[in-house]
Design a protein around this ligand. Structure first.
Ligand SMILES: Nc1ncnc2c1ncn2[C@@H]1O[C@H](COP(=O)(O)OP(=O)(O)OP(=O)(O)O)[C@@H](O)[C@H]1O
Length: 712
């Protein structure tokens, strides 16, 4: 499904490759961990799957598509079949959980009722339905990450990439996120997760792919965080630990997958499909563990705050100093229910008001009372045929009043259905575009068909009003272009993405001198998968996601994990230094660099923005400025704003002297400089565009603005 063939990727022509001759394949239905020290190339690999950056050498193929040969305009469509989750969540801060998840669908122009239905369902799946109306800052980190996952899967992607999704989370939140990722994978989605979390890897019994300095040093179908002793990966881990001064296998962040009984959305319902069965099984296991732990919670409450603990010595990697005064896990028979490596803090869960507060809602009884079965639980709360569909929540989500109504705008004359029709028109447009794309690329996007079914044509009135009632510039008519606000947006985009986006980096051109290797002949679509469409009846929602289109590819062999003892690096390191001869001894012997220095840095620290600027500043690569920037007005008094423009209704609130208004140009005069967006609009727009890019949504600026107006 995803194939890297001898891929080398450099960010800088003379720098060390971020990926160095990597050959690896991920199969449909895989759950693979990507591990390796910081800077080993994990994020680069994930981003290359999204076609964010092309290899200088080698070939990346996803679903039969050679990404090096993919046309830029196909990329958004392609990315829509891939969900992405980041360590820092990247939710839109001024939107509720519901709206964050719904945003992708809104930008795509999905019918409002379909959005409500689908988002509600997905939020139920991640146990967040009860927090749908909260803003990101009003929920915990784990909940934010689950919201981000909900957003990533709302379009039912075939592949989910997760870049250290538990990196900012405590053990309990990590466990919840892992559980969600697990059953997303159980539903057929390929999941590739970059992580540093050894406990999560050790407990997962999943595939482990390890990178070191851009090279692939291990690929085990069922591995632990630690590589088999004596292997190359063992050596490099030892080396990494030596270089960083940290133990890559520090036991401190050991986390647990153990969860309290929450009876999540599907947990209390008798599902017949494997998806819900998976949850049932897990819920049952959790229940067993939880019951046992309840008994021991009092005894172990005293361990709170003590991190010096020694788990089961038989199967553990580390032997920490043992404080006999502490009530250790493993001292009591009932503790034996814990799997090795689990965090004893869970014992105090029921006593901890904060943890209890952040626990997922227990909706088991509520759902059981509905007497529902399987997936029907998600459809039932909507009364089919009723005039307006209401969501499942106890407190129904209050529709914010349509701003257009307040504005007396064209759309205010439309009732709800008509507004939906307006949305549908765009769906229709997109469908045609996408259909055309699919024919050419052989790709099939994963947008669920049931969300498109009512689409039909309709004339779309052009609206030119802001959500606040102020006039919005018609960006395209005004000559507003992508390059115009480049500098204004760059920082926000970099902040949100952590790296330059495809909008900023040339995707089809190799960024360095080395040419893209591989075929550069005419684009062939023959190797694209035939993508047989399963019958609608055979496609239960979410349980059988659109990744079925790759059904012709074999699933990864489900062989049981090989029995082998787990590595005990610390124990070994105390005995003898590991053999590092195979791992670049020259760098090993380099003198250690002090953490801080008063000397001015000789090199600018890396920043994606500066890298981008550097790249674009290369000879022959300078961007063509589309506009001559207007000279800054002198800091002179009043005269700066002469002539005084006529205040326009809605734009000049009480003649606020701090606001600057451009004079209206003469009607027949060409406009040399388009009207700038207000900073608020700019920020909202940038957030929206960023999200749209993440979600692979091909949308024009005007279209996004229209959605935003309607969304408000
Ligand atoms: N946009 C970029 N421009 C230049 N160099 C980059 C860029 N992104 C990453 N690198 C470099 O590429 C190498 C691999 O980085 P990458 O982010 O893939 O590592 P990683 O394994 O994901 O690290 P971490 O665990 O810290 O996220 C590093 O040396 C990094 O400095």
């Amino acid at each position: 499904m995803i194939r890297f063939e001898q891929v080398t990727r450099r960010y800088e022509a003379d720098g060390r490759p971020a990926l160095d001759d990597v050959t690896v394949e991920f199969y449909r239905g895989d759950f693979a961990f990507l591990i390796g020290a910081s800077g080993s190339g994990k994020s680069t690999l994930l981003r290359m799957i999204l076609r964010e950056g092309l290899p200088q050498r080698g070939k990346v193929t996803v679903a039969g598509q050679n990404l090096g040969l993919m046309l830029d305009r196909r990329v958004p469509d392609f990315r829509r079949s891939i969900g992405m989750v980041f360590q820092d969540f990247r939710l839109l801060p001024d939107k509720t959980v519901f709206d964050n998840v719904a945003f992708a669908m809104r930008v795509l122009g999905t019918k409002r009722s379909a959005i409500r239905k689908r988002v509600t369902k997905v939020l139920e799946k991640v146990d967040l339905a009860h927090l749908a109306k909260r803003y990101p800052h009003e929920i915990s980190g784990g909940e934010q990450q689950r919201a981000a996952i909900a957003r990533a899967i709302v379009n039912d992607p075939a592949i989910l990439l997760a870049d250290e999704p538990t990196g900012n989370l405590d053990p309990r939140a990590s466990a919840e996120v892992m559980k969600v990722l697990r059953w997303i994978n159980a539903s057929g989605t390929t999941v590739i997760m970059a992580t540093h979390d050894r406990a999560i890897v050790d407990q997962a019994d999943s595939r482990v792919v390890q990178l070191h300095r851009g090279r692939l040093v291990r690929d085990e179908p069922h591995g632990f965080y630690d590589a088999p002793e004596g292997s190359e990966a063992w050596d490099v881990l030892a080396q990494e630990e030596g270089e960083s001064g940290l133990r890559a296998h520090d036991p401190a962040p050991l986390k647990t997958w153990m969860l309290p009984v929450t009876g999540g959305a599907a947990g209390g319902v008798s599902g017949s499909d494997s998806y819900d069965e998976t949850i049932d099984d897990e819920a049952h296991d959790d229940e067993t563990l939880h019951r046992d732990l309840d008994d021991s919670s009092t005894a172990d409450a005293g361990t709170e705050g003590h991190h010096t603990w020694e788990p089961d010595t038989q199967d553990h990697h580390f032997v920490e100093s043992r404080d006999e005064s502490i009530d250790h896990v493993g001292d009591h028979p009932q503790d034996q229910v814990m799997a090795p490596g689990e965090d004893p803090s869970v014992l105090a869960y029921d006593e901890d008001p904060v943890l209890r507060e952040t626990a997922p809602l227990d909706s088991t009884e509520e759902l059981a009372a509905m007497d529902l079965e399987g997936d029907a639980v998600f459809d039932a709360p909507f009364e089919e045929g009723s005039e307006r569909e209401e969501p499942i929540f106890d407190e129904p989500i209050q529709e914010e009043p349509e701003q257009e109504e307040l504005l007396g705008d064209q759309e205010s004359y439309l009732d709800d259905d008509e507004v939906d029709d307006v949305d549908d028109a765009d769906v229709d447009e997109d469908e045609h575009e996408n259909d055309a794309d699919h024919e050419q690329t052989g790709l099939r996007i994963t947008w669920p068909d049931h969300l498109r079914e009512d689409a039909h044509s309709h004339d779309v009135p052009e609206l030119h009003s802001d959500f606040n009632g102020t006039e919005m510039p018609d960006l395209e008519q005004d000559g507003y272009t992508e390059t115009e606000d480049e500098s204004a947006e760059a920082e926000q985009i970099e902040f949100l993405s952590g790296h330059p986006t495809d909008a900023d980096l040339p995707l089809t051109e190799p960024q360095l001198e080395e040419p893209v290797a591989g075929e550069i002949a005419a684009v062939s679509h023959d190797d694209a998968p035939s993508a047989p469409e399963p019958a609608e009846a055979d496609r239960p929602q979410l349980q059988q996601p659109a990744s079925q289109v790759f059904a012709d590819e074999p699933l990864a062999p489900a062989t049981p994990p090989p029995a082998r003892p787990r590595l005990s690096w610390l124990a070994h390191s105390s005995d003898a230094a590991p053999d590092r001869t195979s791992a670049e001894p020259a760098e090993q012997s380099a003198p250690s660099v002090p953490a801080f220095t008063l000397d001015p840095p000789t090199q600018e620290p890396f920043s994606p923005g500066s890298a981008l600027r550097d790249m674009t500043a290369e000879p022959g690569n300078e961007p063509e400025p589309e506009f001559e920037p207007e000279p800054e007005p002198e800091v002179e008094p009043v005269a700066a704003f002469e002539p005084e423009p006529e205040p326009r209704p809605g734009l000049d609130p009480a003649g606020d002297p701090q606001l600057e208004f451009e004079p209206e140009p003469e009607p027949d005069e060409p406009r040399p400089v388009p009207k700038p967006m207000s900073s608020a609009s700019q920020s909202t727009y940038t957030d929206a565009r960023r999200t749209a890019e993440h979600l692979g949504i091909p949308r024009s600026r005007r279209s996004i603005m229209r959605r935003l107006r309607r969304d408000k």
